[in-house]
Write a protein that binds this ligand. Structure first.
Ligand code: NAD
Length: 304
């Protein structure tokens, strides 16, 4: 059982296009800050805030906390839901606490709203890692806990620890999604955040999606974002282009028909994920690819 299930701390209201977090409404479309750093990141975040983005995604790996802090200084920090992620090699309780302290210091804030494991690490006990995260939650340094780049097996194992898990951040876009994982998250009251909702940008050139969008007077990117929202998930598009930022947020005035949802589902189901793919650029040596063996105790095989 997921302890956060009983409290329903985060809910998605698809019809109103909001993510309700402990009673407060946030626009369901969040904002991804990768790979922006320095002044580009500061200005992009200010612009995103002006447009209305409130759920903001970052990570230690993105190296942009200082830049974000400069933007937050001129904004009302309490209006934002800031999520960060700890890299796979810093997940021992001691390293995790250090990572969070450094994160808070650089962001110049007393707490972050969500703290994620960026990806699993089979070498570190998940009991210890989640136990340490839960202590940070009790100490009010973080509000919610999330896991990123996980399989259903990881989630089953993580839920056994008995720490409330609120979010699951995974790759999801019309060129790839994992319906079993999504179903599992929904059954256990974990809200999915979609990274690379625009397939790293390639979705905007997708002709079938562009044609589908014409019916609604929307672009392919907007169709992709709406498809994610209608699945009850929080998309995290990244852009520093004002036109695109506006476009990505403007998805509350249309509804994809069930036929169109199904058509995208069918394509996405057959797609290839990037992060779990050994050939994905930049990840071959960075973390453990033996996902099904990760956190092995009591872990059920996917085929079961
Ligand atoms: P994305 O799918 O959001 O695509 C970003 C690209 O699309 C950029 O090149 C941008 O210029 C372009 N773009 C944005 N809006 C557009 C529009 N309306 N029309 C045309 N092009 C548009 O991919 P991403 O940036 O890699 O992912 C989004 C966020 O997800 C990141 O910023 C980061 O916060 C998060 N992320 C998390 C993980 C993880 O492992 N948890 C991995 C990757 C990304």
């Amino acid at each position: 059982m997921n302890l956060s299930a009983s409290s329903k701390s985060v809910e998605v209201d698809i019809k109103d296009g909001v993510c309700r977090i402990e009673g407060k409404d946030y626009p369901i479309v969040g904002y991804g800050t990768y790979p922006f750093t320095g002044n580009v990141c500061t200005e992009a975040l200010k612009q995103a805030a002006k447009i209305g983005y409130r759920i903001i995604d970052t990570a230690t790996y993105y190296n942009n906390f200082d830049a974000m802090a400069k933007a937050l200084k001129v904004l009302d920090r309490s209006q934002f839901y800031i999520a960060s992620k700890v890299w796979h090699d810093k997940q021992s309780p001691e390293d995790l606490r250090k990572d969070l302290d450094q994160t808070l210091k650089q962001l110049q804030t007393d707490y972050i709203d969500a703290y994620f494991l960026h990806m699993p690490n089979s070498k570190i006990s998940i009991e210890k890692t989640l136990g340490a995260m839960d202590q940070l939650r009790r100490d009010k340094k973080i509000r919610h806990i999330g896991l990123s780049n996980v399989s259903v097996n990881h989630l089953k194992r993580a839920l056994e620890v008995g720490v409330p898990i609120t979010w699951v951040q995974i790759e999801m876009h019309p060129h790839f999604y994992d319906p079993e994982l999504l179903k599992f998250c929904q059954e256990h009251s974990m809200i999915v955040q979609a990274w690379a909702p625009l397939g790293r940008g390639y979705i905007s050139e997708d002709a079938p999606l562009a044609r589908m969008g014409e019916k609604y007077g929307k672009t392919a990117a907007q169709v992709a974002i709406k498809w994610i929202v209608q699945h009850g998930c929080v998309p995290l598009p990244g852009s520093k282009n004002e036109k695109h930022m506006l476009e990505n947020m403007a998805v509350s005035d249309f509804i994809l028909s069930s036929e169109d949802m199904k058509e995208i589902d069918q394509r996405a189901k057959r797609g290839e994920r990037e992060r779990f793919n050994k050939n994905a650029i930049g990840f071959a040596d960075e973390f453990d690819f033996s996902y099904e063996e990760c956190w092995p105790n009591k872990c059920q095989k996917k085929s079961e």
